[in-house]
Every structure is written in C-alpha cells, then in structure tokens.
Design a protein around this ligand. Sequence first.
Ligand SMILES: [Zn+2]
Ligand SMILES: [Zn+2]
Length: 248
Amino acid sequence: MAVELKDLLCDIHTHTIASGHAYGTIRENVQAGAERGLKLVGTSEHGPNIPGSCHPIYYSCANRIPREMFGVEVITGVEANLNDDGTIDIPDMLLGFLDYAIVGIHGFGYKNHGEEENTDLVIKAMGIDKVHFVAHPDTDKYPLNYERLVKAAIENRCALEMNTSSLRKPQERPGCYDNYRRMLAECVKQGCYIIVNTDAHDPSEVGRFEKAVELLNEVDFPKELILNCDLDKLKELIDYKFDRIMGF
Ligand SMILES: [Zn+2]
Ligand SMILES: [Zn+2]
C-alpha cells in the first residue's frame, strides 16, 4: 500500500534559532507541525562543533521544554557531530538530559575517510547510548557501505534517516537519490527501520515530507519499516521516558 503524507506522524530532526543558523523558535516549529497534522515533533539542535550552535549548558536544561505544545507531543534530542575517531561532540553526561541523539557527518571535525572507514566510524557512534538515528546518510561526499550500515543499525537499535532537506537540494548532497535507493533496498532486505525527517531550519519546512513520500512509493517501501508511522515503536526504540533529568 502506498505511503501517504498523513501516515507520517512525526518529524524528529528540526532546528531552532538555538542552532545559530535556523530561524524559528521551538513553539513556531511545533505549531507548524500541528498545522501539518503531526502528532509528535522532536527538536534536535546541532552539537557544539557547528559554529554558532548552542553552548553545552543548553542541552542540560532540556527538561524545561514542555512535553506538549499545540496538542503535539515534544521530544528533545540533539544532532551530534561525528568526530574523526567515531566519538561525538556531546559527552555522555549531557546525553543523559536528552531523549535521543542523531549522529551526523558534517564538515566540522570530520574529513572523508572513504567508504569503509566512514562506515566503521558511524557504526562506532551507533554504539553510544542515546544514539538511535543516523542523519542524512546520503551523500557521495561521505560514502557509506549500506550493507554494513544497515546490519549495524539493526544490531544497535538505530533507524536510518531519509532527509527531505537533502532530497529538496540534491545539488548539495551529490548522489543522494541513488544512495537512498540503495539504502532503502538494503533496509527492506535486512528489515531495518527508517525515519523520515525534514531537518527543518525554518518552521515553513517542518513536516514537509513530499519528496520522501515520492521516493518511498517509487521503491514500494513497506510502511511497517517507517518509524514515523508508529509512534509507539519510535518510543520503544529510544527507550522513551516521560520524566527527564533536571538540569540547572
Ligand atoms: Zn545535519
Ligand atoms: Zn540537521
């Protein structure tokens, strides 16, 4: 059965002004999500390696963010940067304040190590507690071995992201369409969850999944492997707990 926009109930990769180069507040993002029919929004500021992103103390106070706004559930995470040694730019102590971490390769603190070593380093980061998602694993700039990545995602209770910002700007993510086709085929073969996220840097982008829906239907991807379609499965994957640790 075809995937429809209304089947995708959450967007857990979104940025606010706290990331330094995004332009809405949490409330504006969540409200935009509510208007597009989302039931859950996750906020995931960049890790501190990205110039202008928040100070580490920001993450430690995430428990101040309401669990519900505009009738939409809110979860709080981070898009951590993968370092050249497979660590991330958020220490375990800070991860403890958050519901989840997405690990992503960016041009800060990371250079391309080639397909196999990039894959090894992402896999190493998947082993970190709270890391349950891999952001935009889609560009020829940082190639990945999808057979090994998917196997490791299953073993480490991670879901691989389909990032609609990449799909909307493929010139900035060379090869992303073909790479997603390969990744999705491997996810079907091995039974790995994906998560569709917009990576919104402005409220106008939250929940805009059109490009992802087109691609998912092109390859006949099964709904059962899309975490956005089942919020209980999403919460189970991240070991969600309503009460969060108090920060400052
Ligand atoms: Zn990113
Ligand atoms: Zn992002």
